[in-house]
Design a protein around this ligand. Structure first.
Ligand SMILES: *[C@@H]1O[C@H](CO)[C@@H](O)[C@H](O)[C@H]1NC(C)=O
Ligand SMILES: *[C@@H]1O[C@H](CO)[C@@H](O)[C@H](O)[C@H]1NC(C)=O
Length: 152
């Protein structure tokens, strides 16, 4: 099953309607990092619009596009909770702490459809101002891709 974070699409769509099309530059996204998450499913509950899924993210690794290890998930810091709607789109809320491979500094990640990161790493400080979207494929283990606007 493949889930995308749908929020950004509706955001861009509503911007196009508010301003004339010629004023708007539609952003291009590039892959920042991707990798697998170790997830322990805590529960699946039927709710009126689909299923609520709760999971503990116990670990994981994220790699840069050139294959270099970017960061690992700090054990015991991750929690994912979301709705898999009846059309199979996943509306997630995910929190986790990452440890950068390059300097051992931490980053706090919060994703609710669109996401952000806070880190005290000097090497990765540009991530503090990047707007991110992600997609997640629920294979075993789940695969996460994080994308950012090109040039931002
Ligand atoms: C991979 O990309 C990162 C970030 O651009 C860079 O710092 C690193 O040197 C690259 N590694 C290799 C093996 O090319
Ligand atoms: C993200 O979505 C793209 C486009 O559908 C797909 O090719 C890619 O494999 C997905 N990546 C992940 C990590 O799920």
């Amino acid at each position: 099953m493949f889930f995308v974070f749908p929020l950004l699409i509706s955001l861009v769509f509503s911007m196009v309607h508010a301003i004339s099309a010629s004023d708007v530059v539609i952003p291009d996204f590039e892959l920042i990092a991707s990798g697998t998450l170790d997830v322990k499913q805590a529960g699946v509950f039927d709710v009126p619009i689909g299923e609520r899924v709760s999971a503990i993210v116990t670990g994981g690794e994220l790699y840069l596009p050139n294959g270099t290890l970017a960061a690992t998930v700090v054990s015991g810091t991750g929690m994912g909770n979301g709705i898999v709607a009846t059309d199979e789109i996943f509306y997630p809320s995910v929190y986790m702490t990452l440890e950068w491979a390059v300097d051992g500094k931490l980053a706090y990640v919060h994703v609710q459809g669109v996401g952000y990161m806070e880190t005290n790493s000097e090497v990765w400080s540009s991530m503090n101002s990047r707007f991110m979207i992600g997609n997640m494929t629920f294979t075993d283990p789940p695969v996460l891709g994080i994308f950012g606007i090109v040039g931002a």
